[in-house]
Design a binder for this molecule. Structure first.
Ligand SMILES: Cc1cc2nc3c(=O)[nH]c(=O)nc-3n(C[C@H](O)[C@H](O)[C@H](O)COP(=O)(O)OP(=O)(O)OC[C@H]3O[C@@H](n4cnc5c(N)ncnc54)[C@H](O)[C@@H]3O)c2cc1C
Ligand code: SF4
Length: 495
């Protein structure tokens, strides 16, 4: 344990942000990592309680009390070793994880939790800066070949674990760059893409082969699935992969966006968030995007109150939108959670993201009835939204009479979540879907992550549905162990 009385002496320290007027002028990250002495103070607050609820709250089960203590003592290299035992990519989670560990921290029962995420962020950034993060190639090769389909955090975590276990791993990715939603969903201002590039170089040195612009299986000709980013110039049949590899891991994500079936949906200026966001990330990466969807000078309405919606708000403000309004169907949650009722679980409370702070009007308990087209030269383009307030009675949503309203809108972004993996990929392998449309595979220690098709495994959003980066990393790691056990009869990879 760090300092016995640390939690009594020191307050929680938040990471700083660049001021709003400066940060909205560019696409760079704006979070200011804790300085060494600040991270030490944070580490000193950890009580090293007998049962580390934080570790069970963290989906990759980071050994949090140990790295807190090591940071407090100034042993950063050992802290990094502890962190790397459970998390392949702490630089991703240290930036974009919502930190369920902190909700579970014992101090959070009646005080502010330890700033665990900020400590993780500081450890891994220091590790890269000092050159402590190096390739870990296997001592010997197994002669087994594994194909990983999809290069999001689940596929990357699995590929790294499998390569370190000595297997020959090839990652297939339909887009022109590696990273999945880390690359094309999450904006650069939340996570710059050099963090992914550095990891790719490390993984290549560990033996992982990356093949980009290659679509595995089939692709839908129309429907919402056809609007998903797909830069592939080459297709590989599922049969080819089955013949060439000893095991296949499907980690293709859950990319089909939930649609809004209301009159006017076909008007120009109404787009899925995942049409809008990837274009901007490509532009930041130096690509030319013809006819880029821009929010500049427009009245933007973002429908959907989650992370994706928040990223649309931040991107629209950086484009220079005239106004940004975000709609959420659910009622406004309370400002504070009821801690005795919710701890150590993730509480429902009003969350204000850094993008909201940059300028956004938020409307709760509001439903969109219709998208209205403009007139004259604006015919065919969206011009307004008709809405109504809703309330929940006996678990059912009902409209509140007299609350109908019209909002001006030149750009409407649909950010209402994702429904399922794109049709065609699972079907090409003959993989069964579960009731929600994801790849069917359980996660028990015995036979986990295995689909109904002999040597085909599934992990990440493709298996569990739309989720978080940290859950994708967990699933990738656990699936790697399951694949290793299947190939070798036993595995020393951690679960
Ligand atoms: C806009 C946005 C913001 C988000 N923000 C956060 C956040 O702040 N924090 C957080 O924790 N989570 C966030 N998430 C969720 C998080 O990004 C995902 O849960 C996570 O990336 C899922 O990882 P994955 O590896 O399962 O799939 P993905 O990241 O979706 O990667 C799947 C990859 O598979 C590829 N692929 C699919 N089919 C094929 C095929 N047939 N052949 C070849 N390649 C294929 C896709 O092109 C893609 O690159 C966000 C999601 C979005 C959309
Ligand atoms: S990965 Fe997320 S939950 Fe786990 S320690 Fe880091 S911030 Fe907390």
């Amino acid at each position: 344990m760090g300092k016995v009385t640390g939690f009594l002496e020191f307050e929680r320290l938040e990471e700083g942000y660049e001021p709003v007027p400066a940060r909205v002028k560019n696409w760079k990250e704006f979070v200011i990592t804790l300085a060494e002495d600040q991270a030490k103070v944070q580490g000193a607050r950890c009580m090293d309680c007998g049962t580390p609820f934080c570790s069970s709250g963290c989906p990759v089960n980071n050994i949090i009390p140990d790295f807190n203590d090591l940071v407090y003592r100034g042993d950063w290299q050992s802290a990094l070793e502890v962190l790397q035992q459970t998390n392949n990519f702490p630089e991703f989670t240290g930036r974009v994880c919502p930190a369920p560990c902190e909700a579970a921290c014992t101090l959070n029962v009646n005080d502010d939790p330890v700033g665990i995420k900020s400590i993780e962020h500081a450890i891994i950034d220091r590790g890269w800066m000092e050159g402590w993060v190096t390739p870990q190639p296997p001592r010997s090769k197994t002669g087994k070949k594994v194909a990983v389909v999809g290069s999001g955090p689940a596929g990357l975590a699995a590929a790294q674990q499998l390569a370190r276990a000595g297997h020959a791993v090839t990652v297939f990715e339909k887009n022109s760059r590696i990273g999945g939603l880390l690359r094309y969903g999450i904006p650069d201002f939340k996570m710059e893409k050099t963090h992914i590039d550095r990891r790719i170089a490390q993984m290549q040195a560990e033996g992982v082969v990356f093949r980009t612009g290659v679509l595995v299986g089939a692709w839908p000709a129309d429907g919402p699935g056809s609007k998903v980013t797909n830069d592939a110039s080459q297709t590989i049949a599922a049969e080819r992969l089955m013949a060439d590899f000893d095991a296949v891991l499907l980690s293709g994500g859950s990319e089909v966006s939930r649609d809004l079936p209301v009159p006017g949906r076909d008007l120009d200026g109404v787009h899925f968030a995942m049409e809008f966001l990837p274009q901007q990330n490509k532009v930041v990466a130096g690509d030319k995007v013809k006819g880029q969807i821009k929010a500049t000078g427009k009245h933007v309405i973002v429908i959907g109150g989650g992370d994706t919606g928040s990223d649309c708000v931040g991107t629209s403000n950086r484009h220079g939108a005239a106004s940004v309004t975000q709609f959420e169907l659910m009622p406004m949650p309370p400002d504070e959670e009821n801690k005795p009722l919710t701890w150590p679980y993730w509480p429902t409370k009003l969350r204000t993201s850094s993008s909201h702070e940059e300028g956004c009007q938020r409307e709760f308990a509001i439903a969109t009835k219709e998208l209205v087209g403009g007139t004259g030269k604006d015919k065919g383009k969206v011009g307004a939204l008709k809405t109504v307030h809703v309330e929940w009675q006996g678990g059912k949503m009902v409209e509140v009479p007299g609350t109908e309203k019209e909002y001006k809108a030149d750009l409407v972004l649909l950010a209402m979540g994702f429904t399922a993996p794109v049709a065609g990929v699972l079907e090409a392998f003959g993989v069964e879907r579960d009731a929600r449309g994801n790849a069917r595979a359980h996660t028990e220690a015995q036979g986990g992550y295995r689909t109904n098709v002999g040597k085909v495994f599934a992990a990440g959003d493709m298996r569990r549905g739309q989720s978080l980066v940290v859950w994708a990393i967990r699933e990738g790691r656990q699936a790697a162990r399951a694949v290793d056990e299947y190939l070798m009869g036993a595995s020393t990879l951690p679960r």
